[in-house]
Design a protein around this ligand. Structure first.
Ligand code: ACM
Ligand code: ZN
Length: 773
């Protein structure tokens, strides 16, 4: 997609056809506003915007907000609408009685009156207006404003949460300033008010610090590696570093100012004590002296190098970090500074004489509490600078620094509750639901990620407050945040694809009351908002139009379910290999299949195909549809005999896996069958420590008691730890057996070897299918 200039993009928004056109005024939420206003009532008639429409403001702050929308209107119309401090048609009126971010918007045929207590409310009113402006100017070249109208209505609106956030990881992938600006514009339109920038990590330091120029001269650059992030090998001697980038202080100030004008606070995160290979590559003396040198900026997960962290026994580390915070404080006027604190390996601290001396001198009982010492000291410094410190939920593993706000990401975010119980404010960004790094739709159609799905619907339905929470704990919840880790982003388009449309779901979940959730209503409003995004040149994902499938072994065949997260689409399918079209059979309920077929299906709306075609080959063999039992049990035994092969994504729900354990499973063929061939499918994803088993035994029995061995395979270290991502089959031929029960016994390979990208890591073994002929 061609990226237009920011100003053109903003201007083009107004060309978008919004909802409301052609719908009755009484229909629920025809406005197309996301997040949905808390209260909205419709009247009859409309306010028509003309070239003579005047904006009446009371303050220069209001004028600046009005002028943003005026500028957007001017881009399409050529008309610069006037602003007056005396009288006008669109009126800003301060009402100090309203809550800080609340606003009202009253549209009559003669005027639009906006009330708010302050600038946030006025800004949000204009963003609702921006989304309300119907895009009926079909011909932008006519430069005519006349005919732009807003239905008579009255809105009273305010957010549920004061913290409505997006995190951008600009370390794993350096997101260009122009893209950050574009994301801020689209986020602000949805009343997101916090942009948490994860500025530093093992993979790059992204902010100019004048006192330490090598942070960006060295720390912002790494070797270029094309392959899958977790499989990327560390920099080798002599390799040049060509991938990276950073924001100058001037550029960052421009981002901060652009965001501030849109009521977004940019919160910088300066990670410590771990995730710091980038700064340590520049200043290796800040690592524990026991750490292996040279330290380099990591292109991937880094293996053992990710254990290298700041030395907690070295005073120069604290001087350095305080100097960095001094400059950060000058760049970011934010209330908060985030200090990270997650995933800090204690390997080096345990072996480091300086760290051990610190523990002795300060009477610190263990390395976890040494992290507490580290974080408390830096949090205190942040507070001395007049800022509030933040950190990840690992801070609850030891004594919490005073006044720190905690981000819950582990265990559905509930790790943060430990902080709430100690009176700390917290924000929920659970990895399982709000991490945008995970797959947003059926995995067969998505670019590769680590594992796991966080769909648009998952994000929309997210409710942070749990029944078992005490009221005083719930009262400390400041809000929710979508967090984009960028391991799998290699372009601005990738970044946009992962953020949109899921940020719209987050924005609505953060704004509307619990009782206001309306998934179908959200989708129909989203369809209009995506029209805006198209005009803004945002590469949003269409994953919500793709189909999931679930094929389960049933008594006499396979039970095939196809589903879409969108209830407003038709599903059409074929079983004769042809491409589905709008005239194909309509899918309304599960299908029973009892022979080899290729099922193809897709979503349609008004006769138009909306998503990609799902191709589901169902391949029959003697094991298909048969019952499987396993020791130990596993979650997805159904996958082994459901006739569907897995893709090379081990978390696509077609793979049955066992972690760090030997295992066995038995297929009951129902009656004694001749067995000539058995094929078992495996997946290897070396970067994720997914490997083939060390050995497989194939056994047969007539009574499920005494089994005889009919085949065996043994693999060596080279076979097991081969690199890459691929599906491979274990093929047992010429078996010449007859039995009712077929058993597989597999041995886990143990742990990944020292030369692996994940040294010492325990291993997953997966099978997708047992094929018996
Ligand atoms: C995190 O995901 N390590 C905060
Ligand atoms: Zn140390």
């Amino acid at each position: 997609m061609q990226i237009k200039s920011i100003t053109t993009m903003i201007g083009l928004i107004l060309l978008t056809v919004l909802s409301g056109c052609g719908k009755s005024a009484t229909e629920k939420q025809p406005s197309g506003i996301i997040p949905a206003p808390v209260k909205i009532e419709y009247g009859t008639g409309k306010f028509v915007l003309t070239k003579n429409t005047v904006w009446k403001v009371e303050t220069t702050g209001q004028e600046a907000i009005a002028r943003q929308l005026i500028g957007q209107i001017e881009k399409n119309s050529g008309y610069a609408l006037a602003v007056s401090y005396e009288k006008g048609d669109i009126l800003f009126k301060t009402d100090a009685a309203l809550a800080p971010e609340a606003y009202t918007l009253n549209v009559t045929p003669a005027t639009i009156e906006i009330t708010a207590a302050g600038l946030p409310g006025f800004y949000y009113a204009t963003q609702s207006l921006r989304q309300l402006l119907p895009g009926m100017i079909a011909d932008s070249s006519s430069k005519e404003v006349s005919g732009w109208s807003i239905p008579v209505m009255s809105i009273a609106d305010h957010p549920r949460f004061e913290y409505r956030g997006l995190m951008l990881d600009v370390s794993r992938f350096f997101i260009p300033k122009e893209t950050v600006i574009k994301i801020i514009d689209a986020a602000a339109m949805m009343k997101i008010n916090k942009l948490h920038m994860h500025l530093v990590d093992d993979n790059g330091w992204r902010l100019e610090i004048k006192k330490y120029p090598e942070l960006t001269e060295v720390g912002a650059w790494r070797v270029d590696r094309e392959d899958y992030f977790p499989a990327r090998k560390n920099q080798q001697p002599g390799e040049s570093v060509t991938n990276g980038g950073f924001y100058t202080q001037q550029e960052m100030k421009e981002i901060v100012a652009y965001a501030a004008a849109r009521q977004i606070e940019v919160i910088p995160e300066i990670e410590m004590p771990a995730h710091t290979n980038a700064s340590l590559a520049a200043y290796p003396d800040l690592a524990c002296p026991v750490a292996k040198k040279p330290i380099t900026v990591l292109p991937g997960i880094g293996g053992k190098n990710s254990e290298i962290i700041y030395c907690a026994g070295n005073e120069r580390v604290f001087e350095f970090l305080e100097d960095v915070i001094d400059e950060v404080t000058e760049i970011f006027p934010s209330e908060y500074i985030h200090l990270g604190g997650d995933e800090a390996s204690k390997t080096h601290w345990k072996a480091c004489p300086k760290c051990q001396a610190r523990m002795k001198a300060e009477r610190i009982p263990n390395e976890e509490e040494l992290q507490s010492y580290f974080m408390k000291r830096m949090c205190k410094y942040v507070q001395q600078k007049g800022k509030k410190p933040m950190g990840w939920d690992e801070l609850t593993n030891s004594e919490l620094p005073d006044g720190v706000t905690i981000f819950g990401w582990q265990g559905f975010g509930n790790a943060a509750l430990k902080a709430a119980r100690q009176g700390h404010p917290f924000i929920m960004t659970p990895a399982r639901i709000l991490y945008l790094v995970r797959y947003q739709g059926p995995q067969w159609f998505e670019p590769r990620a680590y594992f796991g799905n966080n769909t648009l619907k998952d994000v929309y339905e997210y409710e942070p407050v749990q029944k078992e929470w005490q009221p005083e704990e719930a009262a400390l919840l400041k809000g929710i945040q979508a967090s984009l880790w960028t391991e799998f982003c290699n372009s601005s388009e990738d970044v946009e694809y992962m953020i949109f449309p899921r940020l719209a779901a987050l924005a609505e979940a953060a704004w509307i009351p619990v009782s206001g959730k309306d998934w179908p209503g959200f989708l129909s409003r989203l369809d209009h908002l995506t029209g805006h995004w198209e005009q803004m040149g945002i590469n949003y994902a269409h994953s919500m139009f793709n189909l999931d499938h679930m094929v389960l072994p049933a008594e006499k065949g396979l039970k095939v379910a196809i589903s879409s997260i969108r209830p407003d689409l038709d599903i059409r399918f074929t079983t004769d290999g042809s491409a589905p079209d709008a005239q194909s059979a309509s899918y309304t309920d599960t299908l029973m299949i009892d022979k080899s077929v290729t099922l193809k299906a897709a979503t349609f709306r008004n006769g138009k195909q909306m998503g990609q075609t799902l191709t589901l080959p169902l391949q029959w063999n003697k094991a298909t549809g048969k019952k499987v039992t396993a020791r130990p049990n596993a979650d997805r035994l159904y996958a082994l005999t459901n006739g569907v092969r897995g893709s090379d994504k081990h978390s696509d729900f077609e793979w049955c896996g066992w972690y760090d354990t030997d295992f066995s499973f038995v297929v009951d063929l129902g009656t004694a069958q001749t067995i000539n061939e058995v094929k078992l499918g495996s997946v290897t994803n070396h970067g994720m420590a997914v490997h083939i088993p060390a050995s497989i035994e194939l056994l047969a029995s007539d009574d499920n008691q005494s089994f005889s061995r009919i085949g065996a395979k043994k693999y060596n270290q080279n076979d097991i730890f081969a690199e890459g991502i691929y599906v491979s089959d274990h093929h047992f031929m010429d078996l010449n057996a007859k039995a009712r029960y077929v058993k597989i016994v597999a041995k886990n390979p143990g742990v990944c070897p020292q030369t692996h990208v994940r040294p010492n890591q325990k291993i997953w073994v997966y099978f997708d299918e047992i094929i018996i002929e």
